[in-house]
Write a protein that binds this ligand. Sequence first.
Ligand SMILES: Nc1ncnc2c1ncn2[C@@H]1O[C@H](COP(=O)(O)OP(=O)(O)O)[C@@H](O)[C@H]1O
Ligand SMILES: O=c1ccn([C@@H]2O[C@H](COP(=O)(O)OP(=O)(O)O)[C@@H](O)[C@H]2O)c(=O)[nH]1
Length: 252
Amino acid sequence: MGSIYHSIAESIEMEEEMGQYTPSTWAVTAFIFSIIIIAISFFTKRLLGFLRKDLNGSFSSNKKVTVIFILGGPGSGKSTQSENIVKHFGYTHLSAGDLLRDEVASGSKNGTLIQKIMKEGKLVPSEITVRLLHRAMEESKSDKFLIDGFPRDEENRTTFENIMGIAPAFVLFLDCSEVVMKKRLLSRDQGREDDNINTIMKRFKVFKECTLPVIEYYSSIGKVHEIDAGKPAEDVFNDIKRVFSLHGVKAT
Ligand SMILES: Nc1ncnc2c1ncn2[C@@H]1O[C@H](COP(=O)(O)OP(=O)(O)O)[C@@H](O)[C@H]1O
Ligand SMILES: O=c1ccn([C@@H]2O[C@H](COP(=O)(O)OP(=O)(O)O)[C@@H](O)[C@H]2O)c(=O)[nH]1
């Protein structure tokens, strides 16, 4: 490449000196520079493709999957209702929080970082969560997924949609007051490190600041079904069943 530059420069110099810097010289120069730019863009694309594959792998099965997101504040009843949905409609439940807790328990290299972030009620980097979801979806034989507690911020959402190339069929939003959620979390009694009043308040703040905008986004494109989650669990599920039937999903 260096010698091409060199000879072009030399020929331009010579022709300039001789007063013969002709349109054909410009055409050759432009042609060679276009080749260089095409080559650079080709290799950049290859590199980006490689990095992307390295990050998540491709969704190799190419199977067509249906995804539903279930969102709501901490303690709004996402796990409780997910269990009902699985039993009734046969969806495969993927809880982002459970996948992260499993990752911590497995002693993986990211485990300590994930544990620290969760204990502070903050959000784990999107790449980590999306990679775990991706792996779980690849490993599953199912083609219908109920993803619980994700995406929790706009970056989670765009990372998932860009890398997986999947948008949700619809989004369930379990709407519940903080007073009720706080009461439920403090009596959840699952030994979770983040179910203490200090972390709970931080999780509420993250929900309001980061997750509500995601719900607003999906709402703006007509994908959100808001459910009053302050009611008894059975009543909440009856409302959820109505949403599924609206989408033509039948009980299994
Ligand atoms: N509708 C409800 N009414 C009363 N308690 C509920 C209701 N839904 C869930 N719970 C209880 O509240 C706690 C938090 O519910 P959970 O499903 O774990 O919430 P999330 O997954 O949104 O954090 C659990 O102990 C659960 O049994
Ligand atoms: O996509 C996710 C889901 C969960 N979390 C972390 O996991 C914690 C627990 O989330 P989970 O959905 O299990 O419980 P919830 O807070 O809704 O009760 C959150 O506070 C976050 O720290 C995260 O970072 N990204």
